[in-house]
Write a protein that binds this ligand. Structure first.
Ligand SMILES: [Zn+2]
Length: 479
């Protein structure tokens, strides 16, 4: 079984930049060569290089008061460096007196009283984040987060109290210290980032030690008794990463220069915190299932005699770095190995082997092209056993925002009509227990057949698919 091979223990969870992911890469390329799928990466190879870099951090901090100096550990305070959603690299050192600042609410900071600008200058500002009690009574919004965090900030550091709402950031901070953070090349190098103050999380108990009184009683901002200093050193290394790209050429000379793209991500999250003694996050469903489906579809079309192939070409892209924030698909769509406007549509396959046998979620199919949505449904109706297509995850109001969270979004942002196919989330999602034996292989094969049919329909249609829906304005957050 292909999924078994792609999710094998020897690949150690296929973290981007790891030897395990290289094994997966070589396996996929060898399969493409065996099937006769042509290379369509850089310089006549299957590989399109993605420039990434990994930053490693070392952190130390200490508090000084009248009674002496106390070293902080990462049990008490964790820096949010290299964590998704936290901007840039902070200044490597900082020191200042500790000031309690009140609550940060909805992107603006609203201390419940006066804190003079000179009290803020050079301070280590301890803040709470989230829904403040009786928020209606908050005085006024005096500082934007940008002015607090940004390179021009005059704060020495920002310490956010890590209550329950900040739990995932705490874990991400610990993870980033342990393994570093991977990003597109150039985005972490110090000269491309003018550092702001370090953003630190402190346990509520440590925050109370820092400000010298219980948080429950700390309503008004005030200047506390001690000073805090930190060191946060970073080093940056190149990470070798590749998308894998193959093409099955179209049969019509006039249309073979247009491509129906299919994608799946062959990276996963690697080795992590052990759960019941298992530390390898296999990613069988996420996204071994999509990787295997793409191989099946590629094999199906490569096996056709050339005259029987669809008119347009089929472009298969196995993306890297998806789990790090769609980095591989972002790079591919910025520097595609075929002209970007020759990509007619993109079909993304991520997690298709779980949940009830006849259910399949479809995301984004009518967001840019109504006809794409029609093509998907018509192909489904032709299946011997059609799926119950679910659109619940496509609603912009859905809390999971899946439309923004897998590789198709990188294509959609350029106006390329996309459809994302998934059988949905489950209890083994991003757990070591996402194992090959949990997959419904019959379902996986049926989903691959359906997506292959849709790709064939799009590639054979007399008219290329056109966008007939407005693009969301540039810069608008994805929903
Ligand atoms: Zn995934």
């Amino acid at each position: 079984m292909r999924v078994g091979i792609v999710a094998a223990d020897s690949m150690m969870g296929r973290d981007t930049g790891s030897p395990g992911l290289r094994k997966a890469r070589d396996y996929i390329a060898a399969e493409l060569a065996r099937m006769g799928v042509q290379p369509a990466g850089d310089g006549g190879t299957y590989f399109a290089r993605v420039g990434l870099e990994r930053s490693a951090y070392t952190f130390s901090a200490a508090v000084r008061t009248a009674s002496g100096e106390r070293t902080l550990t990462t049990k008490d305070v964790v820096p949010l460096a290299g964590v998704a959603g936290v901007p840039g690299l902070p200044r490597p050192t900082g020191e200042g007196r500790i000031v309690y600042g009140g609550w940060a609410v909805d992107g603006a900071v609203a201390p419940e009283g006066e804190l003079a600008p000179e009290q803020m200058d050079g301070a280590v500002l301890v803040m709470r984040f989230g829904a403040a009690p009786d928020a209606g009574r908050l005085a006024r919004q005096r500082f934007s987060l940008e002015s607090l965090w940004g390179p021009r900030s005059r704060l020495a550091a920002i310490v956010i109290v890590a209550d329950a709402a900040m739990r995932e950031y705490w874990d991400a901070g610990i993870q980033s210290l342990a393994t570093g953070a991977v990003a597109r090349a150039g985005s972490l190098t110090p000269d491309s980032v003018a550092g702001g103050p370090a953003l630190l999380l402190a346990t509520p108990a440590e925050a109370e030690r820092l400000i010298g009184r219980p948080l429950a009683g700390a309503r008004q901002p005030f200047v506390a008794a001690g000073t805090l200093r930190y060191q946060l050193r970073s080093s940056v290394q190149r990470v070798e990463a590749w998308n894998i790209v193959g093409v099955v050429r179209g049969s019509d000379a006039g249309r073979a220069g247009e491509y129906v793209a299919l994608g799946a991500h062959y990276d996963h999250v690697g080795v992590g915190i052990p759960v019941r003694g298992d530390s390898i996050y296999n990613g069988a469903d996420d996204d071994g299932s999509g990787v295997a489906a793409l191989l099946e579809i590629a094999e199906r079309f490569a096996a056709l005699p050339s005259a029987h192939r669809p008119a347009r070409s089929l472009l298969f892209v196995w993306h890297t770095g998806e789990e790090l924030g769609l980095l591989g698909s972002e790079a591919f769509t910025e520097h595609p190995t075929v002209p970007r406007d020759s990509i007619v549509a993109q079909l993304n396959v991520d997690m298709i082997g779980r949940n009830s046998p006849d259910s399949l979620y479809v995301v984004g199919s009518r967001r840019l092209s109504t006809r794409l949505g029609d093509v998907v449904e018509a192909a489904n109706r032709r299946q011997a056993r059609p799926f119950r297509l679910g659109y619940a995850l496509d609603a912009p109001s859905h809390p999971e925002h899946l439309y923004c969270r897998s590789d198709h979004y990188s294509y959609a942002r350029f106006g390329i009509p996309v459809t994302f196919f998934t059988s949905g989330l489950h209890a083994d999602y991003h757990q070591p227990s996402d194992e090959p034996r949990t997959l419904d292989y019959a379902k996986l094969a049926r989903v691959a057949a359906l997506i292959g049919d849709i790709a064939g329909d799009l590639a054979s249609a007399p008219e290329r698919l056109r966008r007939d829906r407005p693009m969301p304005p540039v810069g608008e957050p994805c929903t």
